[in-house]
Write a protein that binds this ligand. Structure first.
Ligand SMILES: Nc1ncnc2c1ncn2[C@@H]1O[C@H](COP(=O)(O)OP(=O)(O)OP(=O)(O)O)[C@@H](O)[C@H]1O
Ligand SMILES: [Mg+2]
Length: 245
């Protein structure tokens, strides 16, 4: 899949947040989006996915050359887009297994038997060092912050999107968990050939990954781009433009 973001302007709840974003992510590529708090990273992620709190006012989102500006969330998911939420929600009464089963059905995923399905969930849980009993509980209900973030990666691994937008997959994770999550994302990309756009504030997760493209957003616009060296520069010297107003 090729995801193209062209001169994207978008509002979050009537407030103009994105002010002309240009970014292209191709199959198999790993991109990183960094930037100060409030610069528009999550808004960009939500706008790509078609979250109802966002509204495109100018510009285009394209998947494989087709404009998706007006497609609803479920249709974007069917094309192969996936969003990991910065703050995953707790859903009491909905189990992970039935959630994944419904989602796979909605995505017209290849049918697999129950045992194989459960086996795949358990293998992913093990690989993410997620306790098996979490699989049987309501989705994210009473989970720790780190467990919720890992659960999002498990969902990605099970739903096999073509393009994953991961909003701070490292937030709230302990040092070992950061490495484990990074390794799982790497494995997923290698196995499926998916592209990914990772939003993060810290270089730690990138010690275990090999992003080809780094983008820095400030006040709703990409202001700097570069290779991995840019991360070290930011880590050392900050953004030089502080928090957004
Ligand atoms: N639903 C909303 N209602 C009102 N304002 C919003 C909404 N979503 C985002 N904003 C505003 O838009 C701006 C950008 O927010 P966004 O969440 O995209 O920032 P971010 O770059 O992800 O920041 P962080 O690094 O803290 O996660 C902020 O000023 C925020 O308050
Ligand atoms: Mg954010």
């Amino acid at each position: 899949m090729i995801l193209e973001i062209k001169d994207l302007h978008a509002d979050a709840e009537q407030r103009n947040v994105l002010k002309g974003v240009n970014l292209t992510v191709k199959e198999g590529e790993l991109h990183v989006l960094m930037g100060p708090n409030g610069s528009g990273k999550t808004t960009l992620a939500k706008t790509i996915m078609g979250h109802p709190s966002t509204k495109i006012t100018k510009g285009e989102l394209l998947v494989d050359g087709k404009v998706i500006n007006d497609l609803p969330v479920n249709e974007r998911a069917k094309l192969g887009l996936f969003l990991e939420f910065q703050n995953p929600v707790e859903i009491e009464g909905l189990g992970l297994v039935s959630f994944l089963n419904t989602a796979r059905g909605a995505l017209n995923a290849q049918k697999i038997g129950y045992r194989e399905f459960m086996g795949e969930i358990k293998a992913n849980a093990e690989s993410l060092r997620l306790r098996e009993d979490l699989i049987g509980r309501s989705l994210n209900y009473g989970f720790s912050g780190g467990e919720k973030k890992k659960m999002e990666i498990l969902q990605m691994a099970m739903l096999k999107p073509k393009m994953a937008i991961l909003d701070e997959p490292d937030s709230g994770l302990d040092v070992d968990a950061v490495r484990i999550v990074a390794e799982n994302i790497n494995q997923f990309m290698k196995k499926t050939g998916a592209g990914a756009l990772i939003i993060t504030h810290y270089s730690r997760i990138l010690n275990y990954m090999n992003p080809q493209f780094i983008h820095v957003i400030s006040d709703g616009k990409i202001v700097r781009e570069g290779g991995k060296g840019l991360i070290e520069e930011i880590e050392r010297g900050g953004y030089g433009f502080g928090a957004e107003q």
